[in-house]
Design a protein around this ligand. Structure first.
Ligand SMILES: [Cu+2]
Length: 372
């Protein structure tokens, strides 16, 4: 890299010297109030540089095109990976259609621009045509781009409207909370499909998400350091941050949404490929989806990633059923449950007591895909 910059510096230095010496030569010719065409030296110089510039006008776009194509091919492996969500396919299509339209317009207009500069270079005795106005031409080159732009904007707006619409009622709701420097997820639990309330005032060392046990929907909620996503059904991510700005980015799912302290955000989507399917497709048995933080949030930002398992809906349900509610693992929070709900909450404590010999602790997966 340093060598390339050094080389470029030398090239630009040489060019600067050449240009300065050219200016000095031309300035000499202008001296003495002589008209340009009366100076034979100037005339000869203008003729040579005129030819060189004309050829360069052809060479530049050709070399530029070769460089652009090379750069495109070279960067291909760094493009986003294959989309594995329904809306991801739509946004990818839109991106490539927009790119195609822009590239065609760019190539045609610039090819003409450079070709005309070459074709109509200075020739002794040739005068420019005075072409004051052509309404038809003006209308054509205003209306066509306007229509194309309007179609692109309108289709983009429709896709954006669908992506940001209310999540369907049958969505699986999963909470994703960013903090320096990892992610914690919370699931609605096996007994209801509702996430319980939370309150930042209830956050303590153990209850790091501030789960509010005054809400009975919270009783069966469990937390995890993995993100499990069922395939083929809508999933709503409820996103928040505990400390500073973070941002949820799941490249394969084309999911990207900031996690903002004090301002919950959300993103819903439908995943189309399980981890297993993606492993087969990529031929990589160790493949895992990943959630990355894409907002520089402090020294440990680089390590803010969370593995994701995308699995069939039944496998997902089995995994959810195999997880222990937070209340079961932390029975002391029973004291936060209002008297009238205590009996309901006790179920989670009692089932823990009776299961304690059989239930394995931790985030082991009961069935389906495991993380490698
Ligand atoms: Cu972060």
């Amino acid at each position: 890299m340093v060598y390339i910059v050094g080389l470029l510096a030398v090239v630009f230095l040489v060019l600067t010297i050449v240009v300065l010496s050219r200016i000095a030569t031309l300035a000499k010719g202008v001296d003495g109030n002589k008209r340009d065409n009366e100076n034979p030296y100037e005339k000869r110089a203008a003729g040579t540089s005129n030819r060189i510039n004309a050829v360069l006008m052809l060479a530049f776009p050709i070399l530029g095109t070769i460089a652009a194509v090379w750069s495109f091919m070279e960067s291909r492996p760094k493009f986003l990976p294959e989309a594995a969500s329904e809306h991801g396919i739509l946004t990818d299509n839109m991106f490539w259609i927009s790119m195609a339209v822009i590239t065609i317009a760019f190539v045609v207009t610039n090819a003409l621009l450079f070709y005309f500069a070459y074709r109509y270079r200075y020739k002794p005795g040739r005068n420019a045509v005075f072409y004051p106005v052509n309404h038809k031409l003006e209308i054509i080159w205003t209306v066509i781009p306007a229509v194309v732009m309007a179609v692109l904007v309108f289709t983009g707006w429709r896709v954006w409207r669908d992506i940001t619409a209310q999540a369907p009622d049958n969505s699986y709701v999963i909470e994703v909370v960013g903090k320096q420097f990892n992610w914690v997820t919370r699931y609605a639990g096996a007994d209801d499909s509702k996430l319980g309330n939370y309150n930042f005032k209830l956050i303590d060392e153990t209850n790091e998400l501030g789960i509010d046990y005054a809400d009975q929907a919270a009783f069966d909620d469990f937390t995890s350091n993995q993100l499990h996503i069922p395939k083929g059904v809508p999933v709503l991510l409820k996103i928040r941050a505990k400390d500073v700005l973070h941002s949820v980015f799941i490249p394969h799912l084309r999911v990207k949404m900031d996690a903002v302290p004090g301002m919950p955000t959300k993103f819903w989507f439908v995943a189309t490929k399980t981890t297993e399917e993606m492993r087969n497709e990529t031929g990589n048995p160790d493949f895992n989806y990943q959630l990355n933080c894409t907002e520089v949030c402090g020294q440990g930002h680089f390590s803010m990633k969370m593995p994701i398992v995308i699995e069939e809906e039944e496998e997902y349900k089995a995994w959810v059923a195999s997880q222990k509610p937070f209340l079961t693992s932390n029975p002391t929070y029973l004291s936060r449950v209002p008297e009238n709900l205590k009996a309901r909450a006790m179920k989670y404590i009692e089932s823990a007591a009776s299961d304690s010999t059989s239930v394995a602790t931790g985030g082991a997966t009961a069935t389906g895909t495991s993380l490698k």
